[in-house]
Design a protein around this ligand. Structure first.
Ligand SMILES: *Cc1c(COP(=O)(O)O)cnc(C)c1O
Length: 396
């Protein structure tokens, strides 16, 4: 037998974390790493946050899981908080981002099919999007590397270039149900959509009775400096998928919708065994307790601006390595002149700094949202040491 017990679908690196300490991870070998990856934009409160730990511990002792056959005071409370904080009137809880996007896709189809418009099943999505790894969510992405080996795809998706309103408009036809879009593409390379694009999609939806479905799995929950990124575009969606940061490390996601958009999601149409169980709700409550307030958002914006300013000043020293900085809040990308993966490995292995590569040659920085100046200083020290040594080791 040569296959590993862990199905070998991830190209895992040699770093083996065993403990978390605020904005650092400690490896099996005892070394400390500065964590600007945060489980890929998940650990927004850092590791070992007392409020989150306490909430999970208390709930685990009280009631961990019950079926969605029963009334859920825990789910009702967290859903109400999300309704109060957002455009939404109703919430379906999931265990992951892909499931939240799945629910959003089903909600969009059901919106039209509920009134007999069965032909309006197609979602227009955007090149280099990432929506998850289930069959529907890989079908929603234009990226062929995610399709390979898993054909046939689910019908009902058309791809337009990202941030190109005219191309999106041109794809609207009799079968169109709506648009599915990340306001800030994450895996695609930390690329924020323009205001004109997001506002234009909203107008097209209003004009043609289509649904605007946002995938804020990565950019949501304070990451960009507002609770959800759509707030910065001056629009509201009809449906929104959220996950990653919302559990702070506990597996939790949600599909948020307006009452109108959710008209097809009636009793018996959708479900999940674990989705919204009391343990997950306790984690979500603890994250909102810590993060869903103006002072926390102000902190994210301030740290985001400082980090961005330091990066912009710094990359000029290495024009052969770095091209530009983009993103919003603490969702930042440094576009590199070439493939970022060797540099990510160099940062990790030689400077104990964790980052993530993303599409379009982007070095992705999605630290815990609780970083302070000292972490930015530590980050910049490691980055500049790494850039200096990288040139020596790997001349272009
Ligand atoms: C991570 C991600 C997903 C998928 O989330 P999972 O929890 O891995 O299923 C979907 N959409 C976006 C934008 C993401 O970044």
């Amino acid at each position: 037998m040569s296959i590993s017990p862990l199905m070998p679908v991830y190209p895992r690196c040699g770093f083996r974390p065993v403990r978390g300490d605020h904005c650092h991870l400690i490896g099996e070998d005892g070394r400390r790493y500065l964590d600007f990856a945060a489980g890929i934009a998940v650990n927004i409160l850092g590791h070992s946050h007392p409020g989150l730990i306490g909430a999970i511990q208390r709930q685990a002792e009280t009631l961990m899981h019950v079926s969605n056959l029963y009334g859920s005071p825990q789910g009702e409370h967290l859903a109400q908080r999300l309704v109060d904080l957002t455009f939404a009137d109703t919430v379906f809880f999931t265990n992951s981002g892909a499931e939240a996007v799945e629910c959003a896709i089903k909600t969009a189809r059901a919106y039209h099919q509920h009134v007999g418009n069965d032909h309006k099943f197609e979602l227009i999505t955007f090149n280099n999007a990432f929506h998850g790894r289930t069959l529907a969510t890989i079908s929603a992405s234009s990226q062929e590397k995610m399709h390979k080996g898993f054909l046939p795809l689910l019908p009902g998706f058309k791809y337009a270039p990202f941030d190109d309103l005219e191309a999106a408009r041109a794809l609207i036809g009799p079968n169109t149900a709506g648009f599915l879009v990340e306001p800030v593409q994450g895996e695609g390379g930390i690329r924020p959509a323009s205001d004109a694009f997001m506002q234009g999609l909203r107008a097209l939806c209003d004009e043609h009775d289509l649904l605007l479905v946002l995938d804020e799995v990565q950019c949501g929950v304070c990451r960009t400096g507002s609770f959800y990124a759509y707030e910065q575009y001056g629009i509201t969606p009809d449906v929104l998928a959220t996950a990653k940061g919302i559990g702070g490390g506990f597996p939790l996601g949600a599909c948020l919708a307006t009452e109108k958009a959710a008209r097809g999601m009636v009793a018996g149409t959708h479900g999940s065994t674990y989705g919204g169980n009391p343990l997950a709700m306790a984690a979500g409550e603890a994250v909102l307790d810590a993060a869903a307030n103006p002072a926390f958002l102000e902190h994210v914006r301030t740290m985001g601006e400082r980090l961005r300013a330091r990066l912009e000043q710094f990359i000029g020293n290495y024009p052969e390595l770095f091209e530009l900085v983009r993103g919003r809040g603490l969702m930042l990308g440094v576009k590199m002149k070439g493939e970022p993966r060797p540099f990510v490995a160099h940062l990790r292995d030689n400077h104990q700094l964790l980052t993530v590569a993303a599409g379009d040659n982007t070095l992705r920085l999605v630290p815990p949202l609780v970083i302070d100046e000292s972490h930015i200083d530590e980050f910049m020290d490691k980055l500049s040491a790494a850039a200096a040594s990288y040139q020596v080791e790997q001349p272009a």
